[in-house]
Design a protein around this ligand. Structure first.
Ligand SMILES: Nc1nc2c(ncn2[C@@H]2O[C@H](COP(=O)(O)OP(=O)(O)OP(=O)(O)O)[C@@H](O)[C@H]2O)c(=O)[nH]1
Ligand SMILES: [Mg+2]
Length: 322
């Protein structure tokens, strides 16, 4: 076997990989419990003596219940952004995130300096999910993290509020769209299981007929639309990792960390090779473009038979015109 092939094969195995912290990006609908989840995960990791590095990207939060290493609020005053740019709350959150993104290379430098001693980097995102998941700055932050470190998405679900087939379906469709947009390893985190256990969700995801039965009892106008949609989601569920947790009681966090480990493996075996392929493709295309430009230039020189083009300075031009 070609030695370079041998090397690339071994470098992808977990035992020979350099130690890197895993980035856990917490996203989810407003009030699903992202911040409380971050707080609990931080406490859980500290009891295991695994140090996380914490980023808060929510400029509008009034109180952060964990010690953030980097907090967007330290550099950007959300209320001032609202006044200065005359924006409403959501516009101001988006603008704050955009302003912060211009400094994100510095954030990565801070993380890099500590990377050797870290196990996880945890990221809390703004309440309005679409501000992070559908904005250019959210994509830049996600992509630059994922290009540097193994990165997984933790999609926090408010389990009691998704107990009806209609809300469950909308939430899953949203999760599905984020998965296809980012292509990053994805973990569905059913939070608030102290209020409603997530068994119903597991049943609906694994047993198609059980969800159909639940739909049959749903009299809303949405039920026939959802019937067809549920077929689409079947493939999504098949490749999905999930865990049930309670950010309040701390239940389920070991299970969640097991899913993170599996998702990290998926990052190395699926996301990273794809990322490297895209980078390689872009470089090859740039080489081709460069070569074509050079050929065009040589071709033009042959037409002009290589005669030097006389260049005149301003004085000579003036003399000519007189
Ligand atoms: N019972 C219960 N309540 C929870 C749990 N996790 C969060 N909550 C409550 O849910 C509410 C919202 O929690 P947050 O952590 O602020 O949710 P968030 O997603 O960060 O909210 P935004 O950032 O505003 O979107 C709070 O009242 C929490 O106490 C949980 O596991 N169980
Ligand atoms: Mg929050």
């Amino acid at each position: 076997m070609d030695p370079s092939q041998e090397e690339s094969k071994t470098s992808s195995s977990s035992s020979t990989r350099p130690k890197q912290p895993v980035v856990i990006l917490c996203i989810g609908m407003a009030g699903s419990g992202k911040t409380t989840f971050m707080q609990r995960l931080n406490a859980h990791l500290h009891t295991q003596r695994r140090t996380p590095y914490i980023l808060n990207l929510d400029p509008a939060v009034t109180k952060v219940p964990y010690g953030a290493n980097i907090d967007i609020r330290d550099t950007i005053d959300y209320k001032q952004v609202m006044r200065e740019y005359q924006l409403g709350p959501n516009g101001a959150i988006l603008t704050s995130l955009n302003l912060f993104t211009t400094k994100f290379d510095q954030v990565l430098e801070f993380v890099n300096k500590r990377a050797d001693s870290l196990d996880y980097v945890m990221v809390d995102t703004p309440g309005q999910i679409e501000i992070f998941t559908w904005s250019a700055s959210g994509a830049i932050i996600t992509d630059s993290l994922a290009a540097t470190y193994p990165t997984v998405l933790a999609y926090i679900v408010d389990t009691p509020r998704t107990a009806s087939p209609a809300t469950f379906m909308s939430n899953m469709l949203y999760a599905c769209s984020i998965l296809y947009k980012t292509k990053l390893p994805f973990i569905l985190v059913f939070n608030k299981t102290d209020v409603t256990p997530h068994d119903f969700a597991v049943e609906w995801m694994t047993d198609f007929e059980a969800f159909q039965m639940a739909l049959a009892n749903d009299e809303t106008y949405m039920s026939s639309l959802m019937n067809s949609m549920s077929l689409v989601l079947d493939e999504f569920y098949a490749n999905l990792k999930y865990a049930g947790v309670s950010a309040v009681t701390g239940a389920g966090f070991d299970e969640f960390l097991e899913r993170v480990q599996e998702a990290t493996e998926e990052y190395y075996t699926e996301y990273k090779p794809e990322l490297e392929r895209v980078i390689q493709e872009r470089q090859t295309q740039q080489e081709i473009d460069k070569k074509q430009h050079l050929e065009r230039l040589l071709h033009d020189m042959t037409i002009s038979e290589g005669h030097p083009v006389p260049l005149k300075d301003d004085e000579e031009k003036e003399e000519d015109s007189q």
